[in-house]
Design a protein around this ligand. Structure first.
Ligand code: 3Y8
Ligand code: NAP
Length: 250
C-alpha cells in the first residue's frame, strides 16, 4: 500500500497536502517544529525532528512509508541531505518538490552572494538601514557590522535578546504582499534588503517592493545539494506517485 511522507514547511508543501488529501492518498505531513503555531494541514501531521538520518531511517521503516516527498525549503539543506541519505539506505523512492529560483528582471538591482557571510561582507561600511528578510536562524553573522540599523521580520516574537544592537522587529508570517512590504520599507527608511533566493510567491513581494523603491537587494544563493529527482509542481509529484501506484498495482 502507498504511504507518503511529506517533509513540509513551505507553500508548495501545503498545496501538495491539499492535493493528497483530496485524492485520498494515505500520507503524513511533517513539520520541524520551528514555529509556535504552524499552519494546520488536512493530513495527519507530526511535528519535530526525526533524530538525524538514523531517526529518519527508523521512522520510514516503523511507519511503513513507501515514498518521501521533500517539499521543504531550498535553504532547509540539512533536512534535505538527511532525506537523500535515509531514502537511499532504505531504498525508499524520493522526489523533491521545489520552486524555481528567482531571476532578476528589468529595474532590479540585485547582488548575488554565496552565503550569509558573503551577504554581511556585501553590506557597506557606512551606516545603512538594512531589511533582514531572512528569518531568525541566521542573524548572528550580521553582528560583525553593528553600525547598521537592522529591520528583522520574524514569525514568532524572539524568546531572548537579538544579536544586533540597532534593531527593529516586525512579527509576521507570510505570504506577504507588495503594498505591505513597500510601506514597511518606506516606514523604516530602508536602504538595503538582504534575502535568500527562496523562490516561490510567498516571499517575493519584498523583491518587487525593492524594485519599486530602487533599492539594492543582496540575494543569497541556495546551498548546493546532491543530485535528486526534482519537480516544480504538485502535478509533477502526483504523476510520480501515480506512476508507482500503477507499477505496483496498488
Ligand atoms: C516552520 C510554517 C505555508 C508556508 C508559508 C514559502 C512562504 C510564508 C516566506 C520574509 C521572508 C523565511 C522564513 C519565510 C517564508 C512562507 C511559508 C515562508 C521567509 C513558516 C512555517 C515554518 C517556517 C520556518 C521559518 C524559518 C525561517 C523561514 C521566516 C508555519 C511560516 C525568512 C525564509 O523563527 C524561526 O525559527 C523561523 C525559521 C526556517 C528562516 C530562518 O532561518 O529563520 N521559515 N516558516 C516550519 C516547520 O516547523 O517545519 O509556521 O506555518 C512557513 C513559511 N514561511 O504553508 O503557507 O513557502 O517560502 N519563512 C526565506 O524565504 O528566507 C520570510 O520575511 O520576507
Ligand atoms: P534544516 O536546517 O535543513 O534542518 C535542521 C533539522 O530540523 C533537520 O535535520 C531535522 O531534524 C529538522 N527538520 C527540518 N525540517 C523538518 C521537517 N519538515 N520535518 C521534521 N524535521 C525537520 O531546516 P530549516 O532550514 O531549519 O527548516 C525547518 C523547517 O522550516 C522546514 O520544514 C522548512 O521547510 C521550513 N522552512 C525553512 C525555510 C528556511 O529559510 N530555511 C524557509 C521556509 C520554510 P532531525 O535531524 O532531528 O531529523
Amino acid at each position: 500500500m502507498t504511504r507518503i511522507l511529506v517533509l513540509g514547511g513551505t507553500t508548495e508543501a501545503s498545496r501538495l497536502a491539499r492535493a493528497l488529501f483530496e485524492a485520498r492518498v494515505d500520507a503524513v505531513f511533517s513539520y520541524a517544529g520551528r514555529t509556535s503555531d504552524p499552519v494546520a494541514q488536512p493530513l495527519p501531521t507530526r511535528i519535530g525532528g526525526f533524530g538525524g538520518v538514523k531517526g529518519l531511517e527508523a521512522y520510514l521503516t516503523r511507519e511503513g512509508i513507501t515514498h518521501v516527498v521533500d517539499a521543504t525549503h531550498p535553504f532547509a539543506s540539512q533536512m534535505s541531505r538527511n532525506a537523500v541519505t535515509a531514502c537511499t539506505s532504505t531504498a525508499t523512492p524520493m522526489i523533491v518538490l521545489e520552486r524555481a529560483a528567482w531571476a532578476a528582471g528589468p529595474g532590479d538591482d540585485w547582488h548575488s552572494v554565496r552565503d550569509i557571510d558573503a551577504a554581511v561582507d556585501a553590506l557597506p561600511d557606512i551606516p545603512a538601514r538594512v531589511f533582514l528578510a531572512i528569518g531568525k536562524q541566521t542573524l548572528a553573522p550580521f553582528a560583525a557590522k553593528p553600525q547598521h540599523h537592522y529591520l528583522m521580520r520574524l514569525v514568532d516574537p524572539p524568546s531572548g535578546p537579538l544579536p544586533l544592537p540597532r534593531a527593529s522587529v516586525v512579527i509576521a508570517r507570510g505570504p506577504f504582499d507588495i503594498a505591505t512590504d513597500t510601506a514597511l520599507m518606506r516606514a523604516h527608511s530602508i536602504t538595503h534588503i538582504v534575502a535568500k533566493n527562496a523562490g516561490g510567491a510567498g516571499a517575493e513581494a519584498k523583491l518587487f517592493a525593492a524594485r519599486a523603491l530602487y533599492l539594492p537587494v543582496i540575494l543569497i544563493d541556495r546551498p548546493a545539494m546532491p543530485p535528486r529527482k526534482v519537480v516544480a509542481t504538485v502535478a509533477g509529484v502526483m504523476d510520480w506517485i501515480g506512476h508507482f501506484a500503477t507499477e505496483r498495482g496498488v
